[in-house]
Design a protein around this ligand. Structure first.
Ligand code: PAF
Length: 288
């Protein structure tokens, strides 16, 4: 007999709330995994981490949300082409052990209508550097949707991947300011066997680009292990360019503040580069 646990799928928070009320689990702690769908085993790890913690906690409800958030895309064509794979996503969510998967409605997420741009956040380097500098308004959109998701779900714990390290740092700050009692649980990046970080965007890579894409991780490791990581960045960027990548940034910054101030043990290397039109990001910790 299959040991797969059935997650229950809800088309909106209203029906999920009715379900937890009918099931008399309204007061149970919620472990929350927010996503934009097109799920892969990296998301599976987030859900499994939540399941493990829920089981250790005795009684807790693991909820995944799937909502492709328009306000965090700086490029409308990127939003239009973002993969939507709801049937496969529900299967992955079930396999990974969640109790529920909610597809919030646009009205639930944006009751006043989807704005052209979300309200500016202004968390300094956290929102303005690297991804924030390259994708104007991106973190404003992330914060707007995560704030609303947190309000709808009321989690005790929420799980985010370290692949989007800067997003994780922004969300930690949001939660510290606005959601007392919520703990953010970071989950390590899941990688393919050749080192490429799992991402919903990888499926857009052509065969030849996919075969080269792991160079991104290789140069990150080279920089991270170098005795002078800052000096190693331009050399590594040139190596990526020679392999056909267009590098948007390759930088070493403090992983807590996202500022260049060197603090031993805190520095990380961050990269964003396009390969065949597909934008990839990744990051690793510096050894020093
Ligand atoms: O990381 C993601 O999938 C998204 O940015 C998030 C956190 C679900 C907000 O839309």
């Amino acid at each position: 007999m299959s040991k797969t646990k059935r997650a229950i799928s809800f088309s909106g928070f209203e029906s999920w709330r009715a379900h937890i009320k009918d099931s008399l689990i309204e007061n149970t702690d919620v472990m929350f995994v927010p996503t934009m769908g097109a799920l892969h085993e990296g998301h599976g790890d987030l859900i499994r981490a939540a399941r493990k913690m829920a089981d250790a906690n005795g009684q807790a409800h693991v909820v995944v949300s799937i909502f492709i958030n328009p306000t965090q895309f700086d490029d409308p064509s990127d939003f239009q082409s973002y993969p939507a794979t709801p049937e496969q996503d529900v299967l992955l969510v079930e396999r990974a052990g969640a109790d529920a998967v909610v597809f919030p409605t646009v009205l639930e997420m944006y009751p006043q209508g989807v704005p052209d741009a979300a309200d500016p956040v202004g968390f300094g380097a956290l929102t303005d550097s690297l991804e924030g500098a390259k994708r104007k308004g991106h973190f404003d959109g992330v914060v707007a949707v995560v704030r609303n998701l947190m309000e709808q779900v009321g989690p005790r714990w929420a799980f985010f991947g370290e692949k989007d390290w800067q997003q994780l740092a922004v969300i930690k700050k949001l939660v510290a300011h606005e959601f007392e009692g919520v703990t953010i649980v970071p989950v390590p990046t899941r990688r393919e066997l050749d080192g490429l970080a799992m991402s919903s965007r990888n499926r857009r890579l052509s065969g030849s680009h996919r075969a080269r894409a792991n160079a991104l991780y290789q140069v990150l490791v080279q920089v991270a292990e170098s005795t002078d990581p800052i000096a190693a960045c331009p050399i590594a960027a040139a190596e990526l360019e020679s392999l056909g990548f267009t590098v948007e940034y390759l930088s070493v910054v403090n992983g807590d503040s996202l500022e260049p101030t060197w603090v031993p043990g805190k520095m990380r290397v961050f990269v964003a580069a396009r390969l065949g039109g597909v934008r990839l990001i990744d990051n690793v910790a510096c050894l020093m």
